[in-house]
Write a new protein. Structure first.
Lengths: 203, 203, 203, 203
DNA sequence: AATGAATGAGCATTCATTCAT
DNA sequence: GATGAATGAATGCTCATTCAT
């Protein structure tokens, strides 16, 4: 006669609620009441399903990371190392299907929270290091890998994070979609390649 | 007869206090008491010299921006367009004299706060747009300007902001000083140039 | 399943608490802590049930006004216009059952607060204007209405408010109950009537 | 070589400053800084010339009372008891020369403060009692004094205070100048007199 | 006399967390 | 599971008063 547990569904509602509220207000100002309202629940339920507000954040961070990776895996249908590197960049920066402004704004807030909450910092660092190794592997698989793949990978990640920040804070700084386009070009710079397009019109 | 005003000195102390505390805790958790303590003052004094905590933040943001610009002007002793572009990047990313980890961590917090506090957002956007125009002018002065200087400028700024974020949150992701080095290379990619140096020593 | 709401009861407790405290200390000095204590609650609960201290005041003002009107309606069992006018005055000034010194002192504080808080001023003005129209109608229903019913009505209200003030601030200025008695006589003056009773026993 | 003392002038400036500020904000919200600014002085000077904010208020109350009395004495050029009574009422309520809306609003605030601050209450009560005796004497000097001069005097004072309250809080309740006019008529009611004008049109 | 900085207590309000129902 | 009331600590801000200059 026991009710079927809906704990998983409730937890997901709450995590989604935090994402929505945090995108607008940041973590500190995301009150339990606001999260519950965004989740369509009552405040008391939040602490029934999570021990603390921080616990919700930690799960949200994990999910955001997972979301990016699954997008990468979806994009990656090609075996060419070059194409795989570009798929990585597109999975992070391409606009269109799968792009979620709220998730981006939320991620920016997560990045700042990583400086304050040790637990968040730990997850964030783990995610970044794992992505860096991933990119590094992609770079090393290229026919002409860069001199210092570690630095190149870090630079690529930095640009991605910076594009998130600018997209959230200064949306009219550049046209949508500039980010992936530019990072592709910048990557050629990191690899010491010339741009074929440009190569044809030297000054 | 009248007591000489020390308001300017006190205001600067308070602004510096906010910078220190905010680098560690972010804006929300930078309490007036903590700011005052970092400034060596009593809490009441903060509101004697500033109408609100936000007012302190706004002044701090202006000062951080000014600091970067003056570093740029100090670095810029060369007339070559190329050298001036590189000086801009170095003024933002080069480690060594003038680099200030606390200021960087604080700036990351400012970037998040720009999403929440309209007044901060306004200043932040103004600063970013003005920097973008500055970079755009530097790019246009080059012998072979990029096809889309606006996008290239935005991408350069994004990488700078992203490097700040990673430097603050994941300091061991890449060796210090990688940022300027990498962005120089990336800029070559944006400009469609090959790297002669790198081409000759493929790994 | 769901916990039954006791919000209405709690709100009333808080409003009553404000009345008690405000009668003694006025609005500014009626701290949330004092209101909560008078209501037998903890301070945090006040802001759980009301968004602000001002919101409590606004509800209290509405209730005080309602209380007077219901007393008037209770007194008003007579169809003679004259008796109805006297019932109005008695509902405001008669001592005895229904008179509440704390409510009077509180109302005096409300009158001052009406000069400071725009929202209170608005309610206060509305209440006064509606009472004035009510008195005006009562005056016009008399066999010999005064020359200027609007002024007469305003004067009657002024005397009522003034009696509250003096009752609260100088309780030993005149014996209790003088107020209704005197205002009845003053009303005869406004109506241009002589007092037959008094006429017969000049001193 | 000692500077001539300007203490008296300074004190008066401060008292006038409190009057202005208190008329707008009430006593609690009349900050020392605001008083000083209204007085054209610096905050520190206020406490140089007065031991406390309350001390300023006490002096202000005394002056307001004195101002009314001197207006009464100015108006009182007639020996007829009736005319003297009317002059008293006019000195309190007549609009025109000598009327000061700020002083009226301030006096209303004083009336509320009399309920809170014992010292203010004491002065206020003394003033009211002395005025009551004054009016009582005026009433007793009439050819046909009222049956209960004490009550009649109290009622007259109540109407005056109430007119101040309404003039400050609901200025458009009645046309300016209604107050003195109405109180003259009301006084006839208190004295048991008919109004000659009205007498001619009995119902 | 005068100035304006400094202090510290007090206040309304917010909010994560707890818990009775 | 679910609800929403309850708690209490924390925080930005105000302000009378003091005091060094």
């Amino acid at each position: 006669m026991s009710r079927p547990s809906n704990t998983q569904a409730r937890r997901q509602q709450i995590i989604d609620g935090l994402l929505q509220v945090m995108a607008q207000r940041g973590y500190e100002r995301a009150t339990i009441a606001a999260i519950a309202e965004a989740a369509g629940l009552t405040p008391g339920l939040v602490h029934y399903h999570f021990p603390s507000k921080l616990a919700v954040l930690l799960e949200l961070v994990e999910q955001l990371a997972g979301r990016l990776n699954s997008r990468f895996e979806r994009l990656q249908r090609d075996d060419s190392p070059r194409a795989r590197l570009e798929a990585f960049i597109d999975s992070r920066l391409a606009s269109g299907e799968g792009a979620d402004p709220a998730a981006v704004a939320c991620w920016v807030a997560v990045g700042t929270e990583a400086l304050r909450q040790p637990e968040v910092g730990e997850i964030y660092r783990r995610l970044m290091l794992s992505q860096k190794e991933q990119v590094e592997r992609l770079l090393l698989a290229l026919p002409t890998p860069p001199a210092c793949p570690a630095e190149a990978a870090a630079a690529i990640l930095a640009t991605i994070e910076g594009c998130y920040q600018l997209a959230a804070a200064v949306p009219d700084l550049a046209p949508p979609g500039f980010a992936a386009r530019s990072l592709h070009a910048m990557t050629r710079g990191l690899l010491g390649e010339g741009s074929e397009v440009r190569r044809t019109e030297p000054s």
